[in-house]
Design a protein around this ligand. Structure first.
Ligand SMILES: Nc1nc2c(c(=O)[nH]1)N[C@H]1C(S)=C(S)[C@@H](COP(=O)(O)OP(=O)(O)OC[C@H]3O[C@@H](n4cnc5c(=O)[nH]c(N)nc54)[C@H](O)[C@@H]3O)O[C@H]1N2
Ligand SMILES: Nc1nc2c(c(=O)[nH]1)N[C@H]1C(S)=C(S)[C@@H](COP(=O)(O)OP(=O)(O)OC[C@H]3O[C@@H](n4cnc5c(=O)[nH]c(N)nc54)[C@H](O)[C@@H]3O)O[C@H]1N2
Ligand code: SF4
Ligand SMILES: [Mo]
Length: 885
């Protein structure tokens, strides 16, 4: 019998409801949950492909100690013993946890409780430091609490949506779809995008401000002045509910319109238009994400935005407000449990003696951390210099995602005791663990997550635990018990943890703290199982009609007033002739972070199969780089090799590279090795978007492309990038020097069995070599080598892995490296849901399909999740423009 389970997507902070079905053979299918208020049935490309990422390939199924399989008792005893010894000898601050916004709230709660209440240190930080901490710091400065005032519906109700430092189309795709649908219905809804790059999100923007990196403070300080001079300030709101207006106005006076023009690099007309739109539109929502947070001025950027909403009183009312978009599925839940080193629990403050005492009484803990712990960058510094001697890393991959990643890797390698809890056996971080603990993954674990609009939803298990994998909360509780805290960690199921978390949120609260879900403190097990999505706060005995905050003031500073913060644009002089480019890093549509899950899907890997760097055509020309060349990017911290992608979407002088690739998928593409450990002074969040780098062409003697049935092993080449492909793997390569025996190289790397001889072709004139290995009619691997970037049609070559090669002519066509006339090459995949390539779309446009809808009718492309609609529109525009020339 088919089983249907309602759960929540494990990727981005939109927090879409998913219905998973498992059939009798164990096959899983997913679809959007039409009843979930985040997505109403929609899913993006990543959500739609969830079922393809659930195989057990590469999974960690048993605990390991020093690379050898071990039992749970042995592993947990060792973890507890080593932590206990270290604490006894060097004090509580000599140990640390580094956790993740991808933990469930229940896991996170236990981790935080164990470290802050029972180890007695606040050395627990999380990858949310790299993600949301500037928003947290900004919220706390302005509101006295870490509160996101609005709801998703506000984007649909607004008359102006400002997106700044957000690539909504790719990073919060379902919210983007909701916004796009609202705009289609009501074209009067204006959208302004503020981003140095012209991203796919620009597709729905009425105005795109290609701002200079980190000029946001100047832009919003200038807006503040404009709101004052154009009488848009809500004097009543400011007088009744805020403080600090005067000082902020004074500070803003120091930034003239001309200063703003100079700092932002924007044309005056565009700037005026933005200011006019903002000041004359009552219903404004300003959404922001990593272009704001990940900056040395991240917290000031946040407050510069909040100032404008406070000044106009546009906050907490339908269609109005600042909106920090959270990245990870449980970034918000992590903040609720106080998972950051400078927070306590349930939105209480670690600096506040009363709060510390309250939490300690509630936990009945022997101690409580007395001061904030080390923030991520400082934490790894402390690991490096030996202050932290035992480290537990859970659900995050810092060797890939932390700034100065090589230094972080060296620190982990040198740490006397490292525990890693992950779902995969081999990650760039797991390879340095002394103890590896197998965790349950999505579909296997149970608990709750909170999305960007404060909505708590259940993740539910629908698959059996694989091997000996166990939940993260269980691992932590077991260690807590082994450290002697038997009662405090006697949980038997996530429901009990959730109840405790809910009870703590209400404990001595009485409206003094924003986060309160006391209504759920006594939730019965069946009710936890059946829990439907709800937004906080939900105080005990009170049904709250209003889901927004601050329309009528009631901020969480002691005087109840919101604060203006007198921010000033930072002086940044970053001219350095050795590192003339600005590197901006971020995300692509179909990969999730360090690719441990999305990298398993051939469909998702087809959209962009290689690490790349986007640069402007004139910059490319100046450094002698052509499309498809490889470039070497260098900063004082490190080096990376990636493919060049030349595009006018990129501003001059700046380079964009994705953060996703790692040592499992590429030779040298961990982009965080380039990022210096510079942080925002208030939040400690690294500045991952504005990095001084040099770029040059990487001179290869040979380039190659291979498809292979078996997973390639250790490709020794200066450059390689591996991706899952339908039926096998694809491998891009470049060599710094020729290899003597190419066939031998293939045999080793592409795992060709003994006795299989290659079918070969070598062009003496061009130096091209092609090799194909067959087992009967089955292609095992094909290898295409050239002195220039290889021009073979990738999707066609991949399709050959599944094709029947009984016919000898077909085998020769393969080594000739071109599709037959009957099988045109579909080109690079645009629509991953239906596997439609760019050449197919171009053909459809030439055949008369001049709208995204028409292409959808002809090819299905863009008709499922819709994530590729902006790209399809771009292709149509490109074809029509070319035709008009
Ligand atoms: N496909 C996909 N979606 C994801 C994720 C993923 O890995 N893959 N990760 C999730 C997570 S954890 C997060 S945090 C979110 C992040 O979501 P986003 O913040 O939307 O994504 P990013 O690509 O990191 O950065 C957003 C934009 O900021 C711009 N930017 C850079 N510098 C500046 C600046 O100085 N000012 C302004 N205004 N803009 C600037 C960049 O050009 C970029 O387009 O995405 C979530 N969703
Ligand atoms: N240069 C640059 N660097 C960045 C960013 C950027 O924009 N630019 N963005 C930053 C941001 S916003 C973020 S959020 C981080 C993300 O960076 P990471 O958190 O390092 O990335 P993930 O790949 O999501 O890592 C999650 C890990 O947990 C494992 N895992 C999955 N499910 C589970 C589970 O249920 N339990 C356990 N124990 N493990 C599990 C996965 O296999 C994986 O190894 O990167 C940051 N780094
Ligand atoms: S928008 Fe996509 S990745 Fe984000 S929660 Fe929804 S389905 Fe998952
Ligand atoms: Mo994030």
């Amino acid at each position: 019998m088919e089983k249907e389970v309602k759960t929540t997507c494990p990727y981005c902070g939109v927090g879409c409801g998913v219905i998973a079905t498992v059939d009798d053979n164990g096959a899983v299918a997913v679809r959007g949950d039409a009843d979930h208020p985040a997505n109403f049935g929609r899913l993006c490309s990543k959500g739609s492909a969830l079922a393809e990422t659930l195989d057990l390939d590469g999974r960690l199924l048993h605990p390991e100690i020093d690379g050898c399989q071990a039992g749970w008792d042995e592993a947990l005893d060792l973890v507890a013993a080593r932590f206990a010894e270290t604490i006894a000898e060097h004090g509580p601050d000599s140990v640390a946890f580094y956790v993740s916004g991808q933990l469930l709230t229940e896991d996170y709660y236990v981790a935080n409780k164990l470290m802050k209440g029972f180890v007695g240190s606040a050395n627990i930080d999380t990858n949310s430091r790299l993600c949301m901490s500037s928003s947290v710091a900004g919220h706390r400065r302005a509101f006295g609490s870490d509160t996101v005032p609005g709801t998703y519906e506000d984007l649909e109700l607004a008359d102006l949506v400002v997106l700044t430092g957000s690539n909504l189309a790719w990073c919060h795709p379902v919210l983007y779809q909701r916004l796009a649908a609202a705009k289609a219905k009501r074209p009067g809804l204006k959208i302004v995008l503020i981003d140095p790059r012209r991203t796919m999100t620009a597709d729905i923007a009425d105005l795109h401000l290609a701002i200079r990196p980190d000029a946001d403070v100047a832009l919003f300080v200038g807006l503040f002045s404009h709101l004052v001079s154009s009488n848009a300030v809500d004097q009543n709101y400011v007088a009744a509910h805020t403080a600090g207006f005067g000082d902020t106005l004074l500070a803003a006076g120091g930034v003239s319109f001309d200063d703003v023009l100079e700092r932002t690099g924007l044309p005056a007309m565009q700037l005026r238009e933005f200011y006019r739109l903002f000041s004359t539109t009552e219903k404004v929502v300003t959404c922001y994400s990593q272009g704001v947070n990940q900056s040395s001025s991240g917290t000031d950027k946040v407050n510069a935005i909040l100032n404008c909403h406070l000044a106009t009183g546009r906050i907490g009312r339908p269609g109005m407000g600042p909106f920090s978009l959270t990245g990870q599925p449980n970034a918000m839940g992590g903040r609720e449990v106080g998972g950051l080193a400078n927070m306590l629990a349930a939105h209480m403050a670690i600096e506040d003696a009363g709060d510390r005492d309250r939490v300690q009484r509630f936990w009945r803990s022997p101690k409580i951390a007395e001061k904030p712990g080390l923030k991520a960058v400082d934490l790894f510094r402390a690991v490096a210099d030996g202050r932290v001697k035992a480290l537990w890393i859970m659900a995050t991959n810092p060797v890939v995602s932390m700034p100065d990643a090589d230094a972080v890797e060296a620190a982990i390698r040198a740490c006397p005791f490292v525990v890693v809890s992950d779902i995969l056996k081999e990650t760039d971080t797991a390879r340095h663990a002394h103890v590896l603990l197998p965790s349950l993954g999505w579909g296997e674990k149970s608990g709750t997550v909170t999305n960007s609009e404060r909505r708590i939803s259940r993740q539910r298990a629908f698959l059996a635990a694989p091997g000996e994998a166990r939940a993260d909360w269980w691992q932590l509780a077991e260690v807590g018990r082994r450290l002697g805290h038997t009662d405090a960690f006697a949980y038997e199921a996530p429901a009990a943890i959730f109840r405790e978390h809910a009870a703590l949120s209400a404990f001595e609260n009485a409206g003094s703290r924003d986060f309160d879900i006391g209504a759920y403190a006594d939730l019965a097990l069946e009710d936890y199982d059946g829990l439907t999505p709800f937004q906080w706060p939900q105080r005990q005995g009170q049904k709250r009609a209003e889901s927004r905050f601050f329309a009528a003031g009631n901020f969480y500073h002691a005087d109840g007033r919101g604060r203006f913060v007198a921010v000033r644009p930072a002086e940044t002089d970053r001219t350095n002739a050795d590192y003339p480019f600005t590197l901006n890093t971020g995300r692509i549509r179909d990969q999730w972070h360090t690719m441990t899950r999305t990298g398993k899907s051939a469909r998702l890997s087809a959209h962009i199969a290689e690490p790349f760097a986007e640069l402007h055509p004139r910059d490319a020309m100046e450094i002698g780089v052509g499309n498809a060349d490889l470039i070497e990017i260098e900063s004082p911290e490190g080096k990376a090799f990636v493919r060049a992608l030349i595009t006018e979407r990129q501003a001059r002088g700046s380079i964009f590279a994705p953060m996703h690739w790692n040592d499992q998928f590429a030779a040298k593409a961990r982009i965080d090795v380039l990022v210096p450990p510079i942080t925002d002074r208030l939040s400690g969040q690294p500045a991952s978007k504005n990095i001084a780098v040099a770029a040059r062409k990487f001179k290869a003697t040979h380039y190659a492309f291979a498809v292979s049935l078996a997973k390639p092993v250790d490709p020794d080449a200066a450059y390689w990038a591996l991706a899952k492909a339908a039926g096998g793997w694809r491998l891009e390569l470049a060599f710094a020097e020729p290899v003597d025996d190419w066939a031998g190289w293939c045999r080793r790397v592409l795992a060709i069995p003994q006795g299989v001889e290659p079918l070969g072709y070598a062009d003496a004139q061009t130096g091209d070599i092609r090799l194909a290995f067959f087992d009967g009619p089955q292609l095992l691997a094909a290898f295409f080598l050239a002195r220039e970037p290889v021009a073979v049609a990738r999707n066609w070559a991949i399709a050959q892995l599944g094709a029947d090669h009984a016919n000898l002519r077909k085998r020769f066509a393969l080594v000739a490296g071109r599709p037959g006339a009957d099988k045109p090459d579909p080109g690079a995949t645009v629509c991953s849901c239906f596997g439609v390539g760019v050449n197919q779309i171009v053909a459809a446009v030439r055949g008369g399909c001049h709208s995204v809808e028409a292409v959808g009718v002809a090819l299905n492309a863009g008709t499922n999740c819709g994530s590729c609609r902006a790209e399809i529109r771009g292709i149509i525009d490109g074809c029509l423009a070319a035709a008009a020339e």
